[in-house]
Design a protein around this ligand. Sequence first.
Ligand code: HEC
Length: 101
Amino acid sequence: MEISLLSRTALGCAALLAAIAPASAAEPGRLLASQCAQCHGTNGAGPGFEELAGKDLFNDLIEMKYRPIEGIMDRQARGYTDAQLRLIADYLSTLPGNGDD
Ligand code: HEC
């Protein structure tokens, strides 16, 4: 009786964790990417500069971070660790774009 209650509780916890994991994984990326909206539009979908939604921008962000400073985005990218840029890129890639580039 006690064991079955325990195992049911464990199963319930596992199901709950599985249900909330995708949402909580997106959360740090969403917070980190929120400042991109100032220039690239809400949720990175413009209007503004380049649309960010629905693309995997990790390699672009890394390139901007490590190249000699050429413009505003190099300075933006330098403000984050590589791991944070990965979170930002992963989050932005999940968003629907508006069809602009
Ligand atoms: C202060 C305004 C500003 C903010 C904030 C900003 N950007 Fe940009 N971004 C620009 C401008 C201006 C350009 C186009 C000129 C350039 O590439 O420097 C650009 C271009 C880009 C490009 C295309 C670069 C290329 O070489 O094609 C990407 C990708 C990008 N931004 C991603 C981001 C991400 C991700 C964030 C948030 C971490 C962000 N930007 C925040 C202004 C901004």
